[in-house]
Design a binder for this molecule. Structure first.
Ligand SMILES: *[C@@H]1O[C@H](CO)[C@@H](O)[C@H](O)[C@H]1NC(C)=O
Length: 227
């Protein structure tokens, strides 16, 4: 009897979930465990890809990416939204400034829309406008250049820095134990700091540790350059 009740209640919940999924933008393969706020260091990125001049001398936003508990990115979900400029209303100036496409031949709008269709639509907290607005808000809160400079980790020289020193600089600001993730571009046997991932809970209210079980480390085994 109890078992029967449990069984039918489970079936009921599975059905409920299916119905909910059909009517929302539910498409995420696994639950969103955290959001990765990814910022790019243009001086490195533009050594790997042709960029439009002038290259910003500050970190720019790459995206705000939902990830599963093992760190794999939740990507390419269904979206009910159509490409339009509506989501950028009121934040267009900040978006152009802090979230430029960098790549030659790619418009900002195409880049932002790509970020929504590849990543943004796999989270369920924010619709497009709020999603972009949240990323801009995080950009105001987290300035990697300032965090690194405060830790005497300065760009533009041939000095190398340990991954530990870089991580530590962020932990001091985000709270001890909130680990970041880095990517690098390899050039002539050197590893150049390219992107910094700071992770947040699914509502993007507080920092959490990035998880990296399935991520590929691209920064080598030694110290890295910050060009
Ligand atoms: C870099 O951008 C941040 C905002 O994200 C700003 O606070 C900081 O002053 C900028 N630094 C430089 C050197 O432009």
């Amino acid at each position: 009897m109890l078992l029967d009740t449990m069984k039918s209640s489970t079936i009921f919940h599975v059905l409920l979930l299916l119905v909910l999924c059909a009517f929302t933008t539910c498409g995420a393969q696994s639950p969103v465990h955290h959001l990765e706020f990814v910022q790019t260091w243009p001086n490195t990125f533009c050594q790997s890809t042709p960029c439009v001049a002038p290259i910003p001398h500050n970190f720019t936003i790459h995206g705000l990416w939902p990830a599963a508990i093992d760190g794999h990115s939740l990507e390419n979900c269904k979206t009910k939204y159509k490409k339009s400029t509506t989501p950028y209303q009121g934040i267009r100036g900040d978006m152009d400034k802090y979230w430029p496409a960098l790549n030659a031949g790619k418009t900002n709008e195409n880049f932002w829309w790509h970020e929504w269709t590849k990543h943004g639509c796999c989270q369920n907290e924010f619709q497009p406008h709020d999603y972009y607005k949240k990323a801009i808000k995080l950009k105001y809160d987290i300035s990697p250049l300032k965090i690194l400079e405060d830790a005497k980790i300065l760009p533009g020289s041939s000095k190398t820095y340990t991954v530990n020193a870089i991580s530590q600089a962020f932990e001091n600001v985000l709270g001890i134990g909130n680990k970041i993730w880095l990517t690098c571009h390899e050039k002539n046997g050197h590893f150049l700091l390219m992107e910094v991932y700071v992770c947040f809970d699914p509502k993007a209210t507080s920092p959490v540790s990035c998880t990296w079980k399935v991520k590929r480390w691209t920064c080598g085994t030694g110290d890295i350059l910050f060009p």
